[in-house]
Write a protein that binds this ligand. Structure first.
Ligand code: TRP
Length: 339
């Protein structure tokens, strides 16, 4: 079991990042350790330059996300935690895979289409070839499990296609260069929506701070945001089907379930019939009890530059070592001779 995943250094980590991705990493980290496997989690800082970005903010955001990951329970002694920029093999392998990836495959990527919109000609070549770097990220380590959200499934399928074609074209069946990775989309993957609009994902770029719970919010702020969260006047139903046309209610129930590590069904079995005047304080209390310890650890770590640098340096050294055999094999398979 080799778990590999990347997370964009977005800055301002929020509840959606925690429940949607990070919590899952922690679970898989522990499974990997228990199974004698490996877990590698990295900050996708190389991916961040595919869109206009602020160089002065990129490293700060990277460090902030590292502090968040550790505060949430990723343990640098169990997980190889690093940023791509310190492991040149990611960029090298991307280039080697560019000979295998097809323009047509990349043209079909929905994230490319969404991000480029009507202005494809004006986008960076990095945005177009972004999924090839993502393929390199996982193929470099022979990943078996790649925890991702639904929106990244297509990129993972592309990584499989690239691996398969490369193996086919340049390796023998008995001795493939790459393992075909599987996306690992947990059934309970929490898709956390904005507190102001149940149809939009919770996001750091939403102009309203009330739309998201930041992992740095103090207890009062969290409680206020939950209290002010948009809802409807109906009490909670006793079954999930009753939430179908109620995105804001569904969101609060999903958040509750994810924080309590239970199902929406169970939450409704316990709270069905309650109005939001009753349910919101219960949610706020649960949220504060789960997130306060994380916040405390985060605040302690976020300005400890020395420790954060040390975590990344150590992770990068381990990642460089673990990626070397596959990178060497890829060069060799292509007939590229180095020294
Ligand atoms: N593209 C992913 C995202 O936006 C981040 C990412 C980069 C990633 N490389 C990866 C995820 C490799 C999984 C595996 O969320």
């Amino acid at each position: 079991m080799i778990v590999v995943s990347g997370i964009q250094p977005t800055g301002k980590p929020h509840l959606g990042n925690y429940l949607g991705a990070i919590k899952n990493y922690v679970k898989l980290q522990d499974e990997a350790v228990a199974n004698n496997g490996k877990c590698l989690i990295f900050l996708a800082d190389l991916h961040a330059i595919s869109m206009p970005h602020n160089p002065a903010e990129l490293h700060a955001a990277t460090l902030e996300m590292v502090a968040t990951l550790v505060a949430c329970g990723l343990d640098p002694s169990k997980t190889v935690l690093f940023n791509q920029a310190q492991v040149p093999a990611h960029a090298e392998l991307q280039w080697l895979l560019m000979g295998t990836a097809r323009m047509g495959w990349l043209n079909r990527m929905t994230q490319w289409k969404d991000k480029a919109g009507k202005n494809r000609e004006g986008q960076s070549a990095a945005l177009f070839s972004y999924p090839v770097l993502q393929a390199a990220d996982v193929l470099l380590y022979q990943a078996t499990h790649v925890p991702v959200g639904d929106d990244q499934k297509q990129h993972l399928e592309l990584a499989r296609d690239i691996a398969q074609k490369f193996n086919n074209d340049f390796a023998s069946e008995e001795d493939p260069v790459f393992t075909l990775p599987d996306p690992f989309i947990p059934e309970t993957a929490a898709r956390i929506m904005s507190l102001r609009d149940g149809s939009k994902k919770m996001s750091k770029s939403d102009p309203s701070d009330m739309s998201r719970i930041s992992l740095t919010d103090d207890a009062d702020t969290m409680a206020q945001k939950v209290k002010k969260a948009k809802t409807d006047p109906e009490p909670l139903p006793s079954e999930v089907a009753g939430l179908a046309e109620r995105p804001e209610a569904l969101n609060l129930v999903s958040i509750y379930a994810a924080l309590a590590e239970t199902t929406a069904e169970q939450v409704l079995a316990d709270h069905g019939g309650a109005g939001f005047g009753q349910f919101k304080p219960a949610l706020a209390e649960l949220m504060v009890s789960v997130l306060s310890p994380i916040r405390d650890r985060f605040v302690e770590l976020k300005d400890d530059r020395e420790q954060l640098d040390a975590i990344l340096a150590r992770g990068a050294a381990q990642a460089r070592e673990q990626g070397t055999p596959t990178l060497d094999a890829a060069y060799k398979a292509l007939g590229l001779v180095r020294g």
